[in-house]
Design a protein around this ligand. Structure first.
Ligand SMILES: *[C@@H]1O[C@H](CO)[C@@H](O)[C@H](O)[C@H]1NC(C)=O
Ligand SMILES: *[C@@H]1O[C@H](CO)[C@@H](O)[C@H](O)[C@H]1NC(C)=O
Length: 116
């Protein structure tokens, strides 16, 4: 009886630690927003993202001016086509989702750092 209780307790502990691991797991998703410009079936936009699959979601990319202010690299997509707005709205579908932006990328280049 004592052994059975111990085994059950051990099982419960393992299950609890597995549950904790699963809930603390990070799934960081990243979208290169230019993927929406791919032709035909290759296109992939914000509407194609399943926010339930991710704990973190990164919008790529934005840039910086030499003075450190945010610089939009594709204002047509980011603002005019409401891409930022729709990306952030994905957190309404998954309240645990953390939405972030990445600074950098090819269009940003690597020269701004020299003027800081
Ligand atoms: C796009 O995908 C659909 C469904 O798989 C397919 O029927 C169609 O031929 C594809 N179009 C192109 C241009 O590849
Ligand atoms: C930073 O630089 C940009 C581009 O020259 C300019 O539009 C913006 O007003 C500047 N921001 C500040 C806080 O000086």
């Amino acid at each position: 009886m004592k052994v059975l209780t111990s085994v059950l307790l051990l099982g419960a502990l393992i299950q609890a630690s597995l549950a904790e691991t699963a809930s603390s797991k990070r799934v960081v998703c990243y979208q290169g927003t230019w993927s929406v410009y791919r032709p035909a079936n290759g296109t992939y936009g914000v509407a194609d993202i399943d926010p339930s699959l991710c704990t973190h979601l990164i919008y790529s990319f934005i840039g910086l001016y030499a003075n450190g202010s945010i610089r939009l690299l594709d204002p047509f997509l980011d603002i005019d086509r409401k891409n930022f707005e729709q990306f952030v709205a994905l957190s309404e579908e998954n309240p645990n989702l953390k939405v972030m932006v990445a600074i950098g990328g090819w269009n940003e280049g690597s020269t701004n750092i020299q003027s800081w």
